[in-house]
Write a protein that binds this ligand. Sequence first.
Ligand code: SF4
Length: 375
Amino acid sequence: MAENGSTNQSDKILATNAKFVPTALSASGGEDLACDSDACDPVDWQTAMRLAVRNSKQLLEILGIPFGRADSSGSGDSAVFSGIQGEQDFPTFVPLEFLRRMKPGDANDPLLRQVLPIAAEDVPQQGESADPVGDLDSLSAPGLLHKYHGRALLVVSGACGVHCRYCFRREFPYQQESGPVDRWNQAIEYLQRNPEIEEVLLSGGDPLTLTDQALSHLIDRLETVEHVRRLRIHSRMPIVIPQRVTDRLIDRLTGSRLTAWLVVHANHPRELDEHVLNALARLINRGIPVLNQAVLLKGVNDDSKILADLCRRLVDHRIQPYYLHQLDRVRGATHFDVSVDHGRQLMKELREVLPGYAVPQYVVEQSGEPSKTPI
Ligand code: SF4
């Protein structure tokens, strides 16, 4: 039985157009792997993880993009995808559910740009660092970051449902700081000793890469800390693999004595397809508030019309635009940077066309500050 209660459907690919099925998968699975319409049954989320595309060469082949055409660095170098160091250190990982929202043949597709390693990652830039937001200085117990008053963040998984090239934790030492359930003992003890912590954030990596069973066990433990009242889950899984929103997950969150909030992460309106919005609606319909945070990214959403479309699509579906983050200058991601002046101009334009509740806060995280800093 799969996690979502359906029977095992691992020999089918969910709603993935045949033209998007990687050659290797087609060859290994024959016709069962191909599905010509959106009416196909979805695979469970763990199968979707297993089927994810894991190298840039295959990603471009599926999209019908010759290597030389997708050089977003602007250098015109046609060999940008042949084994850049950035991809070796932080491998490509793109689930088919996300890939199928990209436009075939479009080297500048905004979803593709978020996940495609390019040569610019290997060119060191001033001001970059491995830990731009000071995570490691905030470790209070293994896997537990205590930066802000009243809240603590638990890094519960090093895995993600997609690898975003701009990720500020792309060099986080997950093996040391997250792990099996037993590794959380010290974090739970720390929470017990600090009664001012009323909210625990689950982050990673992506906390929804844990199984429902492991997540439920962790929630059991957090519920024993009497002064913790709220549980906030930060996850991109419902965006990239929407079938991760299982009935069992919803039941566990709504059944907890902790008030659960979900913060998802979408940067472009095209990420919010029907499958994603249906999954999020199931959470919202059961009373779980859903917020969205986005990162301001050059070549992806540095345009007020795109941002306004994203915000409209969110509020049309009862999802609150929460933060628009200035890029954290992690090593290998500076080519995504947008100037603060341009960011301010975009925010001005957003305020001119959107109701106030639909405008996210434009913020930057500065190491050592007691909260995110509004820009
Ligand atoms: S899903 Fe989140 S944690 Fe994972 S790579 Fe993307 S931004 Fe980073």
